[in-house]
Design a protein around this ligand. Structure first.
Ligand SMILES: NC(=O)c1ccc[n+]([C@@H]2O[C@H](COP(=O)([O-])OP(=O)(O)OC[C@H]3O[C@@H](n4cnc5c(N)ncnc54)[C@H](O)[C@@H]3O)[C@@H](O)[C@H]2O)c1
Length: 371
């Protein structure tokens, strides 16, 4: 899909913030910006918008399965520096990312997964970095050698609530649909993990007439899920009684060759977490019989039953779908740009900061005017 004009017109808040950042950096000479994220059309259009506003922009794919070569081509044709990771082996990704020389001189960094911030010792002149997702935040918090200010964009109202609650479910449903072309109606679905991502996924699949159950290791989350009207299952029972399982935990090895043994015949498993390791693909491949592999799925045989894994366990909304809706991700992009500009005014020392939510109040009233 390349609706470049349509996407541009719907990234309204972002456009406003690009212009504002451009004015604020007018006297700074060439300002360098890095995006290390899923390379899909909305990110590509934002990068191009910044390039057109005079920034020196580099786009790096943070995940081989979500780096769209067409977007890379579009960006390269339009003068944006790109690092295409779509053909990079998973195990070589970190090495590849840390070799991107633009990192050393970047002023602003949009990181998604904590890749740039934790891998690169060379970032030293960045004014501000932002981290987009929960998995990245956890990686960065563990990493104690920050030499630049990093803001937790995931903790902003615009990302954690607007993005995760209203972007994940619809995009997971769309990705699932594009990968399988099956209906949801009447199917039994187990959502594993009931943070905002799991909550959004559970609501969307229920909205498509699926019968949704929840498993979470945190009792407060299962209590909430129960109050939201979902049935609660433990993992074993859930795997035994579901047609579709979706992981949304941010943890590793949630589904593996051992706990999948008792699953229902024809179970479909997929992941919405940042990392493909939630479903232990390597272990499944090593220990289960692979019947066949199609573009979107691998069929495994377990005790004469069929199990289907979508997209090798990569985030289904991005590896098979088109990611968050434009008007939803617009809030998060704009919030990143807003805190970059704010960091020019308030000079932050290196460290990790929660997102100052008062910065984005104006976005909420702008959109609220419509009501
Ligand atoms: N695909 C996307 O577009 C997208 C968008 C936003 C976030 N994410 C990713 O989704 C994941 C979840 O994000 P979140 O913000 O909801 O995180 P969160 O930490 O708020 O919620 C995760 C939930 O999973 C539960 N959990 C952890 N390990 C578990 C396990 N082994 N079994 C069952 N439950 C377990 C936790 O108790 C928690 O309630 C992260 O990896 C995040 O980076 C993906």
């Amino acid at each position: 899909m390349n609706n470049a004009r349509w996407i541009y017109e719907n990234l309204r808040l972002s456009k406003q913030e690009v212009d504002s950042l451009s004015k604020a950096t007018k006297t700074h000479g060439k300002v360098e910006v890095i995006f290390c994220s899923h390379v899909e059309w909305k990110l590509a259009i934002l990068a191009k918008m910044m390039f057109d506003a005079g920034f020196l922009v580099t786009v790096i794919g943070n995940n081989p399965s979500t780096c769209d070569p067409l977007c890379i081509q579009y960006l390269s044709n339009n003068g944006v520096k790109t690092y295409d990771t779509s053909k990079v082996q998973r195990k070589e990704l970190d090495l590849f990312l840390s070799s991107c020389k633009e990192i050393e001189t970047a002023h602003f960094i949009f990181d998604d997964g904590g890749h740039i911030v934790t891998l690169c010792k060379k970032i030293n002149q960045a004014i501000c970095c932002t981290e987009f997702t929960q998995t990245g935040v956890l990686r960065i918090v563990k990493h104690n050698e920050l030499n630049v200010p990093v803001f937790n964009l995931n903790s902003s109202f615009t990302k954690e609530v607007i993005g995760n609650l209203y972007g994940c479910g619809i995009s997971a449903l769309c990705g699932f649909q594009l990968a399988t072309n099956l209906s949801i109606a009447g199917k039994r679905i187990l959502v594993i993990g009931y943070g905002n991502v799991g909550k959004s996924v559970a609501n969307s699949f229920r909205g498509a007439n699926g019968s949704v159950s929840i498993f979470d290791i945190d009792q407060s989350k299962t209590t909430l899920a129960n109050l939201d009207g979902f049935s609660i299952k433990n993992l074993k029972e859930g795997l035994k009684t579901s047609d579709i399982v979706i992981t949304c935990t941010g943890a590793e090895n949630v589904i593996n060759s051992l706990n999948i043994q008792e699953a229902l015949n024809d179970l479909i498993i997929c992941n919405m977490g940042h990392d493909y390791k939630e479903i232990n693909f390597v272990d499944l491949k090593e220990n289960l019989e692979v019947d066949y592999e199609d573009a979107n799925l691998t069929k495994f045989m377990v005790n004469s039953k069929s199990i289907f894994l979508l997209k090798n366990g990569e985030p289904i909304n991005l590896s098979a779908g088109i990611g968050f809706p434009i008007d939803i991700i617009d809030y998060s992009f704009a919030a990143a740009l807003k805190v970059w500009r704010h960091s020019i005014e308030v000079k932050y020392v290196p460290g990790f900061y929660e997102y100052p939510d008062n910065l984005v109040n104006e976005f909420l009233s702008l959109k609220g005017e419509k009501c």
